[in-house]
Design a protein around this ligand. Sequence first.
Ligand code: GTP
Ligand code: MG
Length: 628
Amino acid sequence: MPRKVNYGPDYDDNYDEYDYGYEVDENANIFDLKSSRVSSTVVGRDEAVKVSSMRSDSSNQSTEKGKHNRLDEINILKNIEVGPPAGSRTSDNCSASVQEGWLGHVDESSVAVNLRSRGKSSLSLMPKERNVMVDDSSSSRNGGEANSLTSNLENISFAAKSRHSNDAKPGRAISRAQYKPEKWMLPEKAEHSLTQLNLAIVGHVDSGKSTLSGRLLHLLGRISQKEMHKYEKEAKLQGKGSFAYAWALDESAEERERGITMTVAVAYFDSKRYHVVVLDSPGHKDFVPNMITGATQADASILVIDASIGSFEAGMDGTKGQTREHAQLIRSFGIDQLIVAVNKMDAVDYSKERFDLIISQLGAFLRSCGFKDSSVSWIPLSAVENQNLVSAPSDFRLSWYLGPNLLDAIDSFQPPTREFSKPLIMPICDVIKSPSQGQVSACGKLEAGAVRSGSKLLILVLVMPSATIATVRSLERDSQACPIGRAGDNIAVSLNGIDGNHVMAGGVLCHPDFPIAFAKHLELKVLVLDGATPILIGSQLEFHIHHAKEAARVARISFLLDSKTGKVVKKAPRCILAKQSAVVEVILQEAVCVEEFSKCKVLGRVFLRTLGRTVAVGIVTRIVEEQQ
Ligand code: GTP
Ligand code: MG
């Protein structure tokens, strides 16, 4: 059964229309467009849990400093010996380091590991007042460093030993390259017969994304005949008979009433090669941020086009069309494998001419976004008439098409590469709380490393930005308990020994020995999108990074770059115009979990938006100042 996901924060409904169409040179060194992977969460609508979005979490995140969950931590960590820091890093941070076997078979009664601490344990860390900008002074690099460092350390219960506070700069000395995974972290060949493929379904509003997804799930047995009858009956009763398949994905009353997808729906099916995680994205322009936070975790994508006369053109419209915007966004997420599902071919009499016209017009645009022709498959189909989805078309009007059907095209995707051998990183997309049972689960896609659960194991993870150590109670994948989650898996990690308020969407679960940074002053390389208004010093923007969103101010424009070569063409320009690239410094209203792109792509890729328009995409090139 499909599951509905509540991604991240709510967004304003009054977004303006936007328009851009930038050219990305594949050889340009400004952006590595082939890299990122993003994460999605699987939340059962019928599970007896509460899904907390980033916004709702943020309202209660001001935990009294230093008191959070101390007893729990002490209990869990009573046998953990606090050791000296393993080294230092230029910027301050908090790391809790478990040097040996932190995820291994550790007997709870005899665990003896070394921990270092970094950052603060109190949680006024995830902002959410919109448009309130940061005071420059708050980002002063060195002010009060030693004091605040000491007090931060004091606030972390597991790091309360005095020798830590003597360390001027405890930090993330151990480079991720030095990390050595344990054997169980690496998948055994026979263990996973099907590789997981996170597949984002994107495209202009009403192009038929949910109908296509629903139909596929039905054809592949993921939606039973009985359920389908129910959807048909209910949809008909509401005068929305044509949305029956879409209803399988559009589960909320508002979505069904409005006939649009608003949040990303997650569903699963198995093809011959893949365990496919379908991320059915909203196409409406008001919900582009939801599309971003969902599709940003995909390995590959299906761009759904409405072939009907006028509809394809509307999607390609420079000011109103989401076909262009979605294509640009997924490319900048690092997705380079694409199926273009030319849907509603029934509405154009399965015309080859129409199909060819769409290929020629959209193909040129996709090339300009950086998609290689060889990585794009074009499939004419009709979701409503079930043509060319999982078998060759039966309608003779499509007999001119001799290529693969949609399911075969999905199986032709190259398997995604996974960072199994790197330290754990899981950006938190959703938080599930069960107050009655005192349980909290962090949901997201494991971007790197692995995690496991077990009654006799003490599995420690570091929850950022609260810099709190928690233990793993259990894991769920596809709403089923599972012993191990590895890079690429969408999982829910149930945590013990942590206050629920210290786990938030926009945060990150990481390896205690390799804490990720938490910062508000960042240097970025950005590309301003075609049609966007110029970015000036002082411009106030919405800053999107993995599942976090923050108000940001452009504090400095350092250089204008040649967008093809990446070379500096001008120092300290006053503004950046559409299609220009530049190095800028931004100061966020509140700090976010972040890494330099060169170190961790998924935590270093950003999107800048304003007034409902994505104005720039970029990468984090430097963390100017980490939070203590
Ligand atoms: P958003 O999520 O709101 O962007 O819409 P969507 O892309 O998910 O479109 P949805 O599946 O909700 O379908 C929109 C309308 O298109 C519905 O009335 C569908 O019945 C119709 N539709 C979808 N696929 C086809 C098709 O193959 N042929 C025809 N004629 N109509 C279709
Ligand atoms: Mg939809």
